[in-house]
Design a protein around this ligand. Sequence first.
Ligand code: GDD
Ligand code: MG
Length: 378
Amino acid sequence: MTKGIILSGGFATRLRPLSCVIPKTLIPVVNKPVIERQILLLKSAGVREIVLAVSVMADLVKKHLGNGEKLGIKIEYTDEKNPLGTAGAIKLAEDYLKDDDFFILNGDVIFNFDFKEMIQAHDRYKGLGVIASKIVPDPSRYGVLIVEEDTNKILKFLEKSEYTPPDGKNIPMPINAGVYLLEPDIFQYIKPNKKVSIEHDVFPILVSEEKLYHYSIPGIWKDIGKPEELLEGNIQLMKDILKNLKEKKENLIDENLDIEGKALIYPPVTIGKNVVIKKNCRIGPNVIIGDNVYIGANTEIKDTLIYNEAYISKNIKCEKAIIADNCLLHDGVQLVGNNQNLVILSSFVEVLDNVKLIAPPNSSLTVCHHDVVRLDVS
Ligand code: GDD
Ligand code: MG
């Protein structure tokens, strides 16, 4: 029976400060931790047992998911004191995974495809494994795959720093989507108790032995490793879920939403449980709101992700922003990002009356957890 392992032990530095208080894999996408979404997709392909390769903030992941009972799947955890790299982490789980082929997932990618089709692709190719691929316009921040069109064999695997685009210009290329289906023979290629990267140290060898194939995944795909990608991934997944719900005439707005008078909602919008929206608000498009959130009158929110337990007072404007859990925005606050850069509030941030936080043109503006932001009156 196919099992699975989810890699969720990196430091997530590019997602700081959001990842300082919550491990990347527990960050919500459309109001559900990314790892839960991955587990449910594995489950729907018949996977019944998984291992979580946790390291940084392992306790929080264990506390949230426990033995998996809540999700109807059996979860084991590896004991990785210091991050051992992607392959080192897999090697630690050898005892759980040595009997059959298994899925490996990077714990920070969003997708919505049928894993059974990847199993079928592996049965057809009969290699040592299959890597899920996706064509992206800018492949420079991913592992790039050079593939043989007619056989789907991978001819070269070039991890980030190893790929130079022709003429220095990015062109769309298939990249490693961070989902693999591998045979247990893989363990022979990984030295134990050492920091080993599957991308740098293992895949290139398998490719040189002509044992790796790729499977081009349909539908959405996003790595949420950076805040801009996290917001974009939330929006992409929300649209994808809504497309499927449309036939059932359902949406992603909680039926008990407490909305006052003339507040307007412009889809696509997701709203969690126990949310209050006061009068004359304009919410959307591209807004995801978690549970237990209050939004005061005359507030405008678009292109924004709001986690749980936020108190957003009146006369507020939020555009291109991420507001983590338990933030408090006082009257007249403005959070304004731009196309490339966001305004990001980590957990428990308080922004006092009339503060305007505007992202500069070349970087996001971030506020660390528990900070209080006030008008500079000096
Ligand atoms: N347990 C454990 N231990 N997990 C780790 C470790 C480790 O030492 N290092 C990284 N991980 C986990 C991360 O938590 C993440 O879920 C996954 O492995 C991938 O690491 P990232 O740091 O997110 O890598 P990346 O996004 O730069 O690149 C990887 O993903 C791309 C697709 O999103 C590579 O696999 C690329 O080839 C790929 O294109
Ligand atoms: Mg990543």
